[in-house]
Design a binder for this molecule. Structure first.
Ligand code: ARG
Length: 586
C-alpha cells in the first residue's frame, strides 16, 4: 500500500493494510484470516498481534508464525524496522524519513483528510421543540451534532445537517387557542410575544384547568392539520418566534442546521399510513392504530384515536424520506439516551415495512447522558425551572470575563482582543466540557471546572496554544520564513523529545478516522490533552530560541520552531473539528 501523496497518512490504517497483505502472502491457504489490529506500543511505535490468533488457527508456535508474517511484510515507506518480541508480537518502528516527511507535510499543507469512501450522511441534531424552551439536553445534541457534522464533512462525506424541529405536536392546539384569545388581531399585526415560554405556560395552565378551553384546543389541532388558513397562520407565527430564539443560540455557537421539522412530513405521513394500512401492517388497539415488529416491545402509535399523528408517525415518514428521497446512506440521530426505546421501535418497524434495510443503510443513534448540576441532580435553576440556554451562554461570558480579568488579561490585550478571548473561552469551554467526556455518560455542568486553567479544559488548552503560537513570534521569525524553511530543507530531528513530539503529531489522522467511524468525540480531546503534555516535555528540554540575559536573540533553532508550528496546526485543526474557535493571543 503506497502512502498517498494527497493525504496525510493514517498510520494505523496503512499498517493494517500492510499486515493484511503480509498475512495473505505468508498463509494463502487460510481462507478466513483473523482480523489485523495494530496498537500503539511502549516498546516500539506500534505493535501487531495477528500472529497470536493465526497460530491458534494453524496450531503452530506463534513466534514462528510471527517471523513468517514479518518476513512477508516487505518494503514499506512507513516502516523503519520490525522486530519479533515476546511470545509472538511484532513491534513496528516508523521510518525516520517518513516521520520527517509527514511533519513537514503537516506544516506545508495542514491536516489533510485520510481517505474514506464518500457517502451521503443525514445528521439529525439539535431538534428542539417549538414554543418550549431549548434546554440543556438540546444544547448537548447541538454541540455533539455540530462536531459530528464537521468531522464527517472533513473526511469528505456529503453531510445533510437536519434540524428535526418539534413543530407539529398537540401542543399547538392550546397555543393557537390561547393566541386567538389573547391577541384576537393576530392576523393583522404580529403579536408582541417576547416570552414564548411564559406564553406556553399560560396556555398549558388553561388547558389543564379549563374543560371548555381544552375542547377548543383539540378542535384547533384538527383545524391545523386540515390546513385551515387562519390556523396555519397562527401556527406559523408561533414557529417563527420560536425559531428566531433558536437561531440566536445557533449564531452564538456558530452552528449550522437546516430546519426540516415534523410538520414537513404531514402529507407523507398520510400516504405512509394508507400504505401501511393497506398492507395489513397496522392493528387496532383501544381506538389507536399501532404497529408491531420483531424485537419491538412497545408498539408504535401510528394513528391516535382522534385520528392525529404522533412523534412515531413522523419518524417513520422521516426515515423513509431520508433514505428514499434524499438518498442518504447513513443516518445519524443525536438525542438523549432516554429515547432509545423510541428509536429501537421505529427502526424495527421501518425494517418490517421494507423502508429500511440495515445491510444497505447504516443507522446510528448517537445517544448522550443527562446534564447534571453541581449537586449531581438534574440541571435546573435555583427555582427549579429549566435553564434558558441564552441565559446560560450569557453567564458563560461573564464567568469567562471574570476569569480573564483575574489573570490580568485585560491589561495585556486590546479591548477587541479581550472581547474575542472572552467569547472563545466561554463558548469553547462549554463545548469542550461536553465533548471531552464519553457522551453516553451523564456529566456535571460546572463553570468553575470548565474555566479552570489546569487539567483537560478548553481554557487550559486554548491558553497553551497561544503560548505555542507566540514562540516563533517572539523570536521574530515570520510564518512565511517558517514555511519556506519547511519547504527547502529536511526537518532536523535529533533530541529524543523532538522525536516523541513528532510521533505524537502524526497520530491525528488515525484519531480522525476512528471518530468518523464510531462517532465518539472524547478520544480527540484526550489526545489534545496528551499532546499538550508531550509538547511541554519537548519545550522544557529543547531550546527553540536562545537569548542572552538582555533578551537579545542569540540563536534560533528553526527545526524546533517548525515542530511548534506543526503542533499549533494540529491543535487548531482539532479545535475546528470540535467547533471551537482558537486565539492567537489570550
Ligand atoms: N424534538 C425531539 C426532542 O426534543 C428530538 C427529535 C430527534 N429527532 C428525531 N428524528 N426523532 O426530544
Amino acid at each position: 500500500v503506497e502512502v498517498s501523496l494527497h493525504h496525510m497518512c493514517a498510520i494505523l490504517q496503512n499498517l493494517e493494510q500492510v499486515f493484511i497483505r503480509a498475512v495473505n502472502q505468508a498463509y494463502p491457504q487460510i481462507s478466513n484470516p483473523p482480523s489485523v489490529q495494530i496498537q500503539l506500543s511502549k516498546m516500539a511505535d506500534y505493535q501487531c498481534n495477528v500472529a497470536m490468533a493465526l497460530a491458534k488457527i494453524l496450531k503452530e508456535n506463534p513466534r514462528i508464525v510471527a517471523q513468517k508474517v514479518l518476513e512477508a511484510v516487505g518494503k514499506s515507506p512507513v516502516i523503519g524496522s520490525l522486530e519479533l518480541s515476546g511470545p509472538g508480537f511484532i513491534n513496528i518502528t516508523l521510518s525516520q524519513s517518513f516521520i520527517r516527511e509527514q511533519v513537514t507535510r503537516l506544516i506545508t499543507e495542514g491536516v489533510t483528510p485520510p481517505p474514506v469512501e464518500p457517502i451521503t450522511v443525514a445528521v439529525d441534531f439539535s431538534s428542539p421543540n417549538i414554543a418550549k424552551e431549548m434546554h440543556v439536553g438540546h444544547l448537548r445534541s447541538t454541540i455533539i451534532g455540530e462536531s459530528i457534522c464537521r468531522l464527517l464533512e472533513f473526511v469528505g462525506h456529503k453531510v445533510l445537517r437536519i434540524n428535526h424541529l418539534g413543530d407539529w405536536g398537540t401542543q399547538f392546539g392550546m397555543l393557537i387557542a390561547h393566541l386567538k384569545d389573547r391577541y384576537p388581531d393576530y392576523l393583522l399585526s404580529p403579536p408582541p410575544i417576547a416570552d414564548l415560554q411564559g406564553f406556553y405556560k399560560e396556555s398549558k395552565k388553561r388547558f389543564d384547568d379549563d374543560e371548555e378551553f381544552k375542547k377548543r384546543a383539540y378542535a384547533a389541532v384538527v383545524q391545523l392539520q386540515a390546513h385551515e388558513p387562519d390556523h396555519v397562520q397562527a401556527w406559523k407565527l408561533i414557529c417563527d418566534i420560536s425559531k428566531a430564539e433558536f437561531d440566536k443560540v445557533y449564531a452564538r455557537l456558530e452552528v449550522r442546521t437546516e430546519a426540516c421539522g415534523e410538520s414537513f412530513y404531514q402529507s407523507r405521513m398520510e400516504e405512509l399510513v394508507k400504505d401501511l394500512d393497506s398492507r395489513g401492517l397496522l392493528s387496532l388497539e383501544d381506538g389507536r392504530k399501532v404497529m408491531y415488529a420483531e424485537n419491538c416491545t412497545v408498539p408504535l402509535t401510528v394513528v391516535k384515536s382522534d385520528g392525529g399523528f404522533t412523534y412515531d408517525t413522523s419518524d417513520m415518514a422521516c426515515i423513509k424520506y431520508r433514505i428514499h428521497e434524499l438518498g442518504a446512506q447513513w443516518l445519524v440521530y443525536v438525542t438523549d439516551a432516554g429515547q432509545q426505546q423510541h428509536f429501537k421501535s421505529f427502526l424495527a418497524c421501518a425494517q418490517r415495512a421494507g423502508i429500511y434495510d440495515p445491510s444497505a443503510v447504516r443507522v446510528d443513534h448517537v445517544t448522550f447522558g443527562v446534564v447534571l448540576g453541581e449537586d449531581r441532580k438534574k440541571f435546573k435553576t435555583r427555582s427549579g425551572d429549566t435553564v434558558r440556554l441564552v441565559e446560560l451562554l450569557e453567564e458563560g461570558l461573564s464567568r469567562a470575563e471574570a476569569v480573564l480579568r483575574e489573570k490580568g488579561r485585560h491589561e495585556v490585550l486590546t479591548p477587541h482582543e479581550f472581547e474575542k478571548a472572552k467569547t472563545a473561552v466561554a463558548y469553547g469551554c462549554i463545548k469542550y466540557a461536553d465533548l471531552c467526556h464519553d457522551r453516553t455518560r451523564d456529566y456535571i455542568f460546572s463553570f468553575d471546572r470548565m474555566l479552570d486553567f489546569k487539567g483537560n479544559t478548553a481554557a487550559y488548552l486554548l491558553y497553551a496554544l497561544t503560548r505555542i503560537c507566540s514562540i516563533a513570534r517572539t523570536a521574530g521569525v515570520s510564518q512565511e520564513a517558517l514555511l519556506k524553511a519547511a519547504r527547502t530543507a529536511p526537518l532536523e530531528l535529533a533530541h529524543e523529545k523532538e522525536w516523541k513530539l513528532a510521533r505524537a503529531l502524526l497520530r491525528l489522522p488515525d484519531i480522525i478516522l476512528r471518530l468518523a467511524t464510531d462517532l465518539y468525540l472524547h478520544p480527540l480531546c484526550e489526545y489534545l490533552y496528551e499532546l499538550s503534555s508531550v509538547f511541554s516535555e519537548f519545550y522544557d528540554n529543547c531550546y527553540c530560541v536562545e537569548k542572552d540575559e538582555s533578551g537579545t536573540v542569540l540563536q534560533v533553532h528553526t527545526s524546533r520552531l517548525l515542530l511548534c508550528e506543526a503542533t499549533a496546526t494540529v491543535f487548531k485543526h482539532s479545535f475546528a473539528l470540535l467547533g471551537i474557535n482558537t486565539l492567537d493571543k489570550m
